[in-house]
Design a protein around this ligand. Structure first.
Ligand SMILES: [Zn+2]
Length: 485
């Protein structure tokens, strides 16, 4: 017969167990910082006090010493399961909670130990040891999501080469970034097309930019945000360190949960989303400042301009009026430009820097808003600035995909010489317009028949040929004919 502990002892054990959890979690987070948010001292102190109080209150209940491990398993288990993408963890947590019901002292020890588990999912390893040696100049690629060519003002510092007419390979992220990273238009790499259950991947015979540079002795790291740029779609290939903000959690479980619930109840966005670009820049600067004996390739992808409706900066939800939406877009571009400036200042004058966008954004031109649905100028024209290869300006049309060779060769020639025809294509969703961009910047727009009815019809043969010539192949058509990539 096991003696039932006194109420005071139960409370003491409950407080100590939860305090132990909070201290371990905060200590691990502070000693081994991850790419995302860092441990904030006052939040860590609040976490220890808050969880201790929780432990004391639950333990004070009748049978509280048995209840506490089970309650804790039900609170922490789902969080571990979700953030580590391992549903089995919830079952393990529940099983351990049940152990605690039978053996409360063991349960208390498990609660203390769970601090390590909570810290581990918040601090998922994203590092690899830097490679030694190699020669070459540091290369930095900064892509800003949804940044129109006319939205980016002057960049700080001297020595920028400005391209006035840079054309992205596609009007939405996945095919545009696949193209940029492979140095090829959509037709040539075949990636970023919508197929049953997902998207096509670029031809395996093509080499991602990071892999090409790593083969030349570069240490490589990426700090990115858009869900399309996740590792599962191959964007981590060639990166020794790949940090995607969607994988980040707050280092303190209590803070993570409190922010999520506050947002769910109508409060502001969690820090992980609202401050995403700032956190990405922080993480990139930390990696850069650590130095390297090898030349470095750094890729940073910022998202603020894309989020002007969902996450306006400053916080003021725009109405649906065109003026309000344009002002919100402007606000987010300005906030992003501030982060860009901070990053550029930290990089110094040494590296070869490319600043561009995956695509632009329609802000009411021809009645269109957003991106991804039409091959039109506001969505295809992007800023392109290069620092480290002299100062100047190029007014003629260039393809952003040629940035690949410029980065590998450390030369402006691939961009300046350019291609005679810039290829764009691979719209997803329902294309509301079809167009062919030809040399000289001329655009042949054409509305898809049946647009107003919401019905999607195939373009006629002549237009289809014109589109195929520039790399656009309608996905339904491709499947029908069974063509390869
Ligand atoms: Zn995008």
């Amino acid at each position: 017969m096991i003696a039932v502990p006194m109420r005071r002892e139960r409370i003491r054990d409950g407080v100590l167990a939860m305090a132990g959890f909070a201290v371990i979690e905060a200590a691990v987070g502070a000693l081994w910082p991850a790419a995302g948010p860092q441990v904030v001292t006052w939040e860590a102190a609040l976490s220890v006090v808050g969880w201790s109080a929780f432990g004391g209150i639950v333990a004070a209940l009748p049978q509280g010493h048995r209840l506490l491990p089970l309650a804790w398993a039900l609170i922490l288990g789902p969080h571990l399961a979700r953030t580590a993408d391992a549903p089995a963890l919830a079952v393990v947590a529940l099983a351990l909670g049940l152990v605690g019901v039978l053996r409360p002292r063991v349960g208390a020890a498990l609660i203390v130990g769970s601090g390590l588990a909570a810290a581990a999912v918040g601090q998922r390893p994203e590092t690899a040891p830097p490679i030694e040696g190699g020669a070459g100049r540091d290369v930095v690629l900064i892509t800003v999501d949804t940044l129109r060519a006319d939205a980016l003002g002057a960049l700080p510092g001297e020595g920028w080469w400005v391209f006035d007419q840079a054309i992205s390979a596609a009007p939405w992220t996945l095919p545009a970034m696949d193209s940029l990273m492979r140095g090829l238009p959509v037709r040539r790499h075949g990636g970023g097309r919508v197929v049953e259950g997902g998207f096509t991947r670029p031809d395996a015979r093509t080499t991602p930019l990071a892999e090409a540079l790593q083969a030349r002795g570069y240490a490589t790291a990426a700090f990115v945000s858009n869900p399309h740029l996740r590792a599962e779609l191959g964007f981590d290939e060639g990166f020794q360190r790949f940090a995607h903000s969607d994988r980040w959690v707050e280092p303190l479980f209590g803070v993570h949960t409190a922010q999520a619930w506050r947002h769910r109840l109508g409060g502001p966005l969690p820090r992980l989303r609202h401050d995403r670009d700032a956190l990405l820049v922080d993480a990139a600067i930390r990696w850069w400042s650590a130095g390297s004996s090898a030349p470095r390739f750094l890729w940073v992808h910022l998202l603020l301009p894309h989020e002007y409706r969902r996450d306006p900066h400053p916080r003021r939800a725009p109405s649906d009026s065109p003026a309000d939406l344009r002002a919100a877009y402007r606000g987010n571009v300005d906030a992003c430009a501030a982060e860009l400036t901070r990053l550029l200042a930290a990089l110094g004058d040494g590296p070869l820097v490319f600043v561009t966008a995956d695509h632009g954004e329609s802000l009411g031109e021809e009645g269109r808003w957003g991106h991804g649905g039409a091959l039109v100028d506001p969505q295809l024209r992007v800023p392109l600035r290069v620092r480290g290869l002299g100062e100047g300006r190029t007014a003629r049309q260039v393809a952003v995909v040629d940035l690949y060779r410029a980065a590998v060769e450390g030369s402006l020639q691939p961009l300046v010489q350019g291609r005679p025809v810039v290829e764009v294509g691979a719209t997803r969703r329902s294309p509301s317009a079809w167009g062919a961009r030809i040399e000289g910047g001329a655009l042949i727009p054409r509305s898809a028949p049946g647009e107003s009815s919401g019905e999607i019809l195939a373009p006629d043969d002549a237009l289809k040929q014109a589109l195929e010539a520039i790399g656009y192949v309608d996905e339904r058509d491709r499947i029908g004919r069974g063509k390869g990539p």
